[in-house]
Ligand binder design. Structure first.
Ligand code: PXP
Length: 249
């Protein structure tokens, strides 16, 4: 199957804010990083306002909503507080993620199948306000079917397990997870959902995911911000873009 279209790169700038917050300073500024990312070909900017505000702040979101020229993808937990913030700023997209206070990062996908009614009611006002609602889930059939039933426009498939298996040298399990991602991307597309993917992607792991024809957007953060230390943020993004385009061709 031919790719469904050009693959977009969403750059997640959360960990610029992590560095800033480590010292309680005003720098480095994630909004400055977002603008630099725009200049270097980011198709969108992703930022996750966590309940504990450990990286991105309310003010960062307000400034991103105000100042970006590319779409803002606002990652948030399904809480009343976050819904109110999203409705205030009306970002291009909202991505609903699970959130546990004690986790270091978003560890798993959202449990949609067991929380279908509540989530359907939760996302309806966001969709009515014009936000594209994306649901971050594992590559799991019941979750994808539930995401379609609640009226989500997009599913973002969690690539964390695939990347972890790769990093640990567990290549059979990595390949099995990639096959699941492939099958579930196909299923999601057949159900009318736009398919995105992300979490943990690196230069070593991005290409097989970028090659999945139904995947329309990758959201990548932690690795790019790390590479920016060595290459600079612009060149780090340019290299990711090059690898994505190579895989897509
Ligand atoms: N997509 C979603 C839904 C996420 O929660 C995250 C992490 O915030 C990412 C993509 C980016 O993951 P990473 O920072 O590991 O590239």
């Amino acid at each position: 199957m031919e790719p469904l279209g050009r693959l977009r790169l969403g750059v997640n700038i959360d960990h610029v804010a992590t560095v800033r917050n480590a010292r309680g300073s005003a720098y480095p500024d994630p909004v400055r990083a977002a603008k630099l990312a725009e200049e270097h070909g980011a198709d969108g900017i992703t930022a996750h306002l966590r309940e504990d505000r450990r990286h991105i702040s309310d003010d960062d979101i307000a400034r991103l909503a105000e100042e970006l020229t590319v779409p803002l993808n606002f990652e948030m937990a399904a809480t009343d507080e976050m819904q109110a913030i999203a409705l205030r700023h009306k970002p291009h997209a909202v991505c609903i993620v699970p959130e546990k206070r004690e986790e270091r990062t978003t560890e798993g996908g959202l449990e949609v199948a067991r929380d279908e009614n509540r989530l359907a009611h939760f996302i309806a006002p966001l969709a009515d306000a014009g936000c594209r609602v994306s649901i971050f889930i594992a590559a799991d059939r019941p979750q994808i079917e539930a995401a379609a039933r609640i009226g989500a426009a997009v599913v973002e498939l969690h690539t964390g397990a695939y990347c972890d298996f790769h990093a640990e040298g567990r290549f059979d399990e990595r390949d099995a997870e990639l096959a699941r991602l492939r099958d579930m991307a196909t299923l999601a597309h057949e159900l009318g959902l736009e398919v995105h993917a992300g979490h943990g992607l690196t230069y070593d792991t991005v290409q097989p995911v970028a090659a999945l024809p139904e995947v329309m957007e990758l959201n990548i953060g932690h690795y790019l911000i790390g590479e920016a230390i060595f290459l600079g943020l612009g060149p780090a993004i340019t290299e990711m873009r090059r690898l994505m385009d190579e895989a897509r061709a």
